[in-house]
Design a protein around this ligand. Structure first.
Ligand code: HEC
Length: 145
């Protein structure tokens, strides 16, 4: 009973921390694009866990993660189109100064995700690196740290 209460408390704390991460973001447009990146990170982490051997390979979970990444990558231009800012945002002005370059980076992520074969651990390992490279390339040019 006590253990169960403790476990529940731990879950509540974790969810609370995730919700708090963006508690200070007041601009709803910025919040939405951060949430989109959060979904992308979640799916990417699912694949990363398998690639690194932290979780067992699961073809269904890998296919789900791929579907989430495909859908989310396709939404990047729409979610970033409005030139909106918030003190919490890490978006660089280059996004709107060089919109074509930014959307090209989003397409490159889509291409890398489309090429991912989720059928085996080996194929996920092979396709994971280009996806990570596409994240990094866009962050380097269009996100300030
Ligand atoms: C086309 C450009 C682009 C691509 C591709 C991209 N990102 Fe981002 N990402 C951004 C920008 C810009 C921000 C900053 C948004 C803001 O703070 O307003 C960001 C923010 C983030 C954040 C922080 C979100 C937050 O809560 O503040 C995470 C995590 C993230 N990206 C993960 C990823 C991962 C993982 C990938 C690849 C699977 C990826 N991104 C691909 C542009 C991109």
């Amino acid at each position: 009973m006590q253990l169960k209460t403790l476990a529940l408390a731990a879950v509540t704390v974790t969810i609370g921390a995730a919700a708090l991460a963006h508690a200070d973001v007041e601009n709803p447009v910025v919040k939405e694009r951060m949430d989109l990146m959060g979904d992308i990170r979640g799916a990417f982490a699912t694949l990363g866990g398998m690639v690194q051997g932290k979780t067992a390979f699961d073809a269904e979970a890998a296919a789900d993660a791929k579907a989430t990444l495909e859908a989310s990558a396709a939404m990047i231009p729409a979610k970033f189109e409005a030139n909106e800012m918030d003190p919490e945002s890490e978006a660089a002005p280059a996004i709107w100064e060089d919109w074509d370059g930014f959307t090209t980076m989003a397409s490159e992520l889509q291409t890398a995700v489309a090429a991912l074969d989720t059928g085996s651990l080996e194929s996920v390992q092979a396709g994971f690196r280009p996806i990570g490279a596409a994240c990094g390339a866009c962050h380097q040019g269009y996100r300030v740290d």
